[in-house]
Design a protein around this ligand. Structure first.
Ligand code: C5P
Length: 219
């Protein structure tokens, strides 16, 4: 069984996907973490972010690993634990540019399909229902208003001691959505057969329950 969860930045996809996967005993794959890891590598190695050839050469030597079922959802780039580094603002604000490179997408989509071939899976991203797993049994397109998404990110940041102003977060989220929706290769789109869930006024528990009910209908 494959469950695809797509949607714009900070709509709650990964929080929900993790909980749904845990309830079902499926693995969870965060494809955004893969694009973030490639971006982190390019910044660390000081590669120009529009130099696709060089980025692909480096990517071919790069292992991106998650331990399935790891409660902390750690991400490794070769042997380096990059779990926290890939959430830094520098990566967040550059990832859409790297994710727009067609060759990077081809390579990561192949790796994502390999992971999905081996397990029952909940996979989240931007193009899972449209491109990566077009035959997924259940496709969810999760949305929430920009102000609600910025609010949620703001609260998370406060807990981590990060003090980015709310207005800045809102502008960054809107800009990332714009870039992800307008790129040429597999832009952020709702698949024709995806079910849209607007989480603006829903609790996490309500969204999880709704998805589990949809899964039960498919079984
Ligand atoms: O999900 P997350 O916000 O961590 O994703 C980071 C970025 O990775 C997105 O803004 C997008 O540019 C890219 N991405 C993508 N396709 C996916 C998942 C993420 O292009 N399937």
């Amino acid at each position: 069984m494959q469950i695809a969860i797509d949607g714009p930045a900070s709509a709650g996809k990964s929080t929900i996907a993790k909980l749904v996967a845990k309830k079902l005993g499926y693995i969870y794959c965060d494809t955004g973490a893969m694009y973030r890891t490639v971006t982190y590598m390019a910044l660390k190695d000081q590669l120009p972010l529009d130099d696709e050839t060089t980025i692909l050469q480096h990517l071919s030597q790069l292992q991106i690993r998650f331990a399935p079922g790891d409660p902390e959802q750690r991400v490794f780039m070769n042997d380096e634990d990059v779990t926290l580094a890939i959430r830094e603002p520098d990566v967040t604000n550059n990832v859409s540019q790297v994710a727009a490179l067609p060759g990077v997408r081809t390579e990561l989509v192949e790796r994502q399909r390999d992971i999905a071939a081996k397990h029952d899976i909940v996979m989240d991203g931007r193009d899972i229902g449209t491109t990566v797993l077009p035959h997924a049994a259940l496709k969810i397109f999760m949305v929430a208003s920009v102000s609600e998404r910025a609010n949620r990110r703001y609260k998370e940041n406060v807990q981590k001691g990060i003090k980015t102003p709310l207005a800045t977060l809102e502008a960054e989220i809107a800009e990332r959505d714009r870039k992800d929706s307008q790129r040429k290769v597999s832009p952020l789109r709702q698949a024709a057969d995806a079910i849209r869930i607007d989480t603006t006024r829903m609790t996490i528990e309500e969204v999880v329950a709704k998805i589990l009910a949809l899964v039960a209908e498919k079984k």
